[in-house]
Design a protein around this ligand. Structure first.
Ligand code: NA7
Length: 531
């Protein structure tokens, strides 16, 4: 006989994943509490409020697919939504469905322990209350734990230090000399914006990356009306695609067309903008074939050389690695280096030796005077979100202990020995546009919970976890992403073992596998409805 917990489910995180989980579980009429350490909804879109923070997925599909009225009526003026717009959108969903009363903000999950006898989770939060819940659903984000660089005498710097993922509400860079460390999606966005305001901005770049334009522009009323008519078809296409974007993924191999046609295809994608479109909408083999990859990078290289006036800066900006990291796009990245108030330091050539009270010193002995330092240094992705909280499953073992050097799960969602825990965006979740990915995962976990009931237990099997991990590894090995590494494989964190952290099989394949698993009686789960 199972005890009655305080809640049927506790959801952690008020981003895209957690808000949708709350919505879905409330649809089942469950007693649910969502906690989040921020003061409002947004998740990663609450904290990453640095200047220039914007999605690089087209606005049309950077939202939930379930509410057709909202899809047609909610405004998004540009092709990309900015951070304040994403946060406002999530707030709109929460208010429209009257979910706010089920959310407790400014509350951090400290520890959760599974009580094997009672088959429920005891959840300690920063408000000092321990709650019990049958189910624990973590929507803690794949990019939540900040990566802080280890630079000698870091603490000696007397200027302001900002991490882009913990941005204060107010800032003023007018008249200031700012250093930006990092040049990923975030670093490129913040650099472009700060260069409009600051006296001087220095980009401290370790590995240069391949950037393409994002093609951001206003969406006309006619375009929007056309989109509104097409929304069903758009979502159908998105859900049957690999990456969940609103573009056609190419099936054409790079060298199946003439040199001229290839150049035209790259040029068209460059003019339209969008990183995923450039990588996956142009040709089918850019991330699987090194020669095809080189054709793409030769094109981007020609654009860098055309755009950047100073030859030394252009040289430093050209990567030597493959175009096989999470693709980056933005609005005017290469152009910004032509501004008099922007300079580039290659940390590959001259690494940091130390910070001083007034700047940063590099190995050539140059002290770069700085009033502020912006860390756009990324995240301890996927698993980092879990290492800061203690989640204890069977036998009191934490998730970190269970994973060790080998983070793994079933479907990026469930972990053996951690019954009734659902880790949205856990290890080996699909590498796609986040809203449709979280919808797919939440729809699935909701159906597992519905099947098990409010008194039941659902637990992934070791065999299912192994199968999923092997499959994720096998698919990743066929991709050039595997060679380049980066945060997707945990390579950005000193001491973190290179591991695949994503399922690269695509959204369509993921959803089909989920449907087959359900049709097969929730294969890979042991579901025990209790009495
Ligand atoms: P990323 O993509 O991990 O980029 C972090 C950047 O910071 C990258 O250029 C790193 O260089 C650099 N970095 C990290 N640590 C250091 C140290 N110690 N010294 C110098 N430079 C460093 O994070 P983002 O926030 O830009 O983007 C993450 C995702 O968020 C993005 O893909 C979107 O999905 C949203 P490196 O390349 O490692 O040499």
């Amino acid at each position: 006989m199972a005890d009655s917990p305080s809640y049927d489910a506790v959801v952690v995180g008020a981003g895209f994943a957690g808000v949708y989980a709350l919505y879905k579980l409330r649809q089942l009429n469950l007693h649910v509490l969502l906690i989040d350490n921020a003061e409002d909804v947004g998740g990663t879109w609450f904290w990453n409020r640095y200047p220039g923070a914007s999605s690089d997925v087209h606005s049309v599909v950077f939202r939930y697919s379930f509410d057709k009225d909202d899809l047609r009526s909610y405004p998004w003026p540009n092709h990309y939504v900015t951070q304040p717009e994403v946060k406002a959108y999530l707030g709109n969903v929460v208010d429209k469905y009257d979910l706010r009363k089920h959310i407790q903000f400014k509350t951090t999950l400290l520890e959760a322990e599974f009580d094997e006898l009672k088959s429920l989770w005891n959840i300690k939060a920063s408000d000092g209350i321990t709650r019990s819940a049958r189910y624990l659903v973590t929507g803690v984000g794949q990019l939540s734990k900040k990566n802080i660089p280890d630079i000698k005498n870091f603490g000696s710097f007397r200027g302001d230090i900002y991490h882009t993922a913990a941005w204060p509400e107010h800032h003023d860079f007018h008249g200031k000399r700012v250093g930006v460390i990092g040049n990923g999606s975030t670093g490129s966005q913040v650099l472009i914006e700060l260069a409009k305001e600051a006296k001087h901005v220095t980009s401290f770049q370790r590995n240069p990356q391949w950037n393409v334009p994002n093609g951001n522009r206003l969406v006309t009323e006619e375009e929007r009306a056309h989109i509104n008519e097409q929304y069903d078809e758009i979502w159908d296409r998105v859900k049957k695609s690999a990456f969940g974007f609103n573009f056609l993924e190419s099936t054409t191999p790079t060298f199946s067309v003439s040199d001229e046609e290839r150049k035209n295809i790259f040029q068209k994608a460059w003019d339209e903008g969008n990183g995923f479109n450039f990588m996956f909408g142009t040709f089918s083999d850019i991330t699987t074939d090194e020669e095809a990859n080189k054709a793409a990078t030769d094109f981007i290289k020609s654009k860098i050389l055309e755009t950047v006036k100073d030859p030394q800066t252009a040289r430093k900006l050209i990567p030597t690695e493959l175009y096989a990291r999470r693709p980056i796009c933005n609005n005017g990245y290469y152009e910004v280096f032509n501004q008099d108030n922007v300079s580039l330091v290659s940390l590959k050539e001259t690494p940091f030796t130390e910070l001083t009270p007034t700047g940063a010193v590099t190995s050539d002995g140059v002290e770069h005077p700085l009033d502020a330092l912006v860390l756009a240094t990324g995240f301890d992705a996927v698993t980092g979100s879990y290492t800061k909280i203690n989640i204890r499953g069977r036998g009191g073992q934490t998730l970190q202990e269970y994973w060790g050097d080998n983070p793994r799960s079933y479907l990026g969602l469930a972990v053996p020995n951690f019954p009734n825990l659902f880790t949205i965006s856990g290890p080996n979740h699909p590498f796609t546009n986040a809203p449709p990915q979280t919808e797919a995962q939440v729809d699935f976990l909701t159906s597992v919970i519905e099947r098990a009931g409010t008194r039941g237990t659902a637990e992934a099997t070791l065999e299912a976890e192994k199968e999923w991990t092997d499959l994720s590894n096998k698919i990743a090995e066929g991709s050039l992403f595997h060679k380049t590494g980066g945060w997707i494989f945990g390579d950005n964190i000193p001491g973190k073992k290179h591991n695949v952290l994503f399922f690269f099989g695509g959204l369509k394949d993921y959803r089909e596998r989920q449907a087959a698993i359900i049709a097969d009686g929730y294969r890979g789960f042991i579901i025990t409805p209790l009495t």
